[in-house]
Ligand binder design. Structure first.
Ligand SMILES: [Zn+2]
Length: 379
């Protein structure tokens, strides 16, 4: 028997994915896979509905030393490729989410380059450079205020380009730190910030596909003032549309990457989100919530050990246990990694089914059904 060819199911260039789908009325789901088995139900649902999908993992989650998920870059990439090949799904990209620059020191930038090299060597096909933390509050003009972000983004994008040696790849950049509040509430990116930022990158020969903006969302689970889990409908749709309009005006194909989708009701996404203006939607904690939910019933000892560990290590006065658990569950993935990998086949069966079912809900909310064919035409 001939061994199954896996090349057909390798991740495709993020740039091909975005270019094939620009101005189509959909949002490509970008799923952070914090536990490898989550990928199976997502790929299966994508295959059955012919939907494109992005598999992603952030620097904080998976890097060269101490990522939250407890596996390294190479293992992550090969597990994702293996599951795609088993499911026989082809229309996916492998994206490095939040390559975050926190301080912009020489040392930090050089460390980040080492990680990027490892991601490229492992077969990542798309990259999100996030230098949105770097902001010159004393700058007189929009450009001056964004200059530190612009400089770091250009340097890392050029480094990626050099290592990709002529191969195309996806590029996401970020202007406006997501989930940050000031005295007026959530800080929101302006159309001018978006156009000044993209123009400065283009002038340096850097052409991103997607732009992450601050538009009112928060990463992760959302809680109300009493510490009860709640939903968020806080995304500023009008501002998001205005930003895309300004980008179109300057002749740019850059569209929006929406971060922090977890907690937004899916019927709101389906009816209110500007599909196409937002072309990528990041879904991370949502999948983790499903797995923990399954553990509660199928792996009660593991669940209660994880629960106690989080409460013991992360409780603070005045914060409900529910909120502490919801916000810090990610921190348990590394210390409990081996036990999580060793759960029973019945547990995996339930995880597969629940992830598959919810991935189908996202197919409807994000309007991805049948859209993989556009991507295949570009290959
Ligand atoms: Zn994000």
């Amino acid at each position: 028997m001939k061994p199954m060819s896996t090349t057909r199911y390798e991740p495709i260039s993020g740039s091909i994915m975005f270019k094939a789908l620009v101005d189509k009325p959909l949002i490509i789901p970008a799923c952070n896979i914090r536990i490898p088995c989550m990928a199976r139900g997502i790929f299966k649902a994508a295959k059955d509905t012919d939907s494109p999908v992005i598999i992603e993992i952030a620097k904080a989650e998976c890097n060269l030393n101490d990522g939250y998920i407890g596996i390294n870059i190479d293992e992550f990439a090969s597990r994702m490729k293996q599951i795609a090949a088993e499911v026989e799904f082809d229309a996916w990209s492998l994206h490095a989410d939040h390559i975050s620059v926190k301080t912009g020191t020489r040392e930090e930038i050089e460390d980040i380059k080492k990680m990027i090299k490892a991601q490229i060597d492992s077969g990542f096909t798309s990259f999100a450079v996030d230098a949105s933390h770097l902001f010159n509050f004393d700058g007189d003009t929009v450009y001056d205020r964004l200059k530190p972000n612009i400089d770091a983004t250009i340097e890392l994008a050029q480094y990626i380009d050099e290592l990709m040696t002529g191969k195309t790849y996806g590029l996401e950049v970020e202007v406006g730190e997501i989930g940050v509040k000031d005295s007026n509430g959530m800080v929101v990116t302006s159309p001018e910030e978006a156009t000044v930022f993209i123009t400065a990158l283009n002038d340096a020969g850097v052409y991103p596909d997607v732009l992450a903006i601050a538009n009112g969302s928060t990463h992760g689970n959302v809680f109300d003032e009493h510490g009860k889990a709640t939903t968020q409908v806080s995304i500023d749709i009008d501002q998001t549309k205005a930003i895309v309009e300004a980008l179109k005006q300057m002749g740019s194909d850059v569209r929006i990457a929406q971060h922090g989708v977890t907690g937004t009701p899916l019927e709101f996404i389906k009816s209110m989100f500007p599909h196409g203006d937002i072309i990528k939607g990041n879904i991370a904690t949502y999948w983790q919530n499903i797995v923990l939910d399954v553990f509660k019933l199928y792996e009660p000892k593991l669940y209660s050990d994880i629960y106690s560990w989080i409460i013991e290590n992360y409780s603070t006065n005045g914060v409900s246990e529910e909120e502490t658990f919801g916000k810090y569950a990610i921190r348990a993935l590394r210390p409990f990694h081996e036990r999580i990998e060793a759960v029973r086949p019945e547990t995996i069966e339930a995880i597969d089914a629940r992830i598959y079912a919810d991935a189908l809900l996202f197919v409807e909310a994000l309007k991805t059904r049948g859209m993989a064919s556009y991507v295949r035409r570009m290959l």
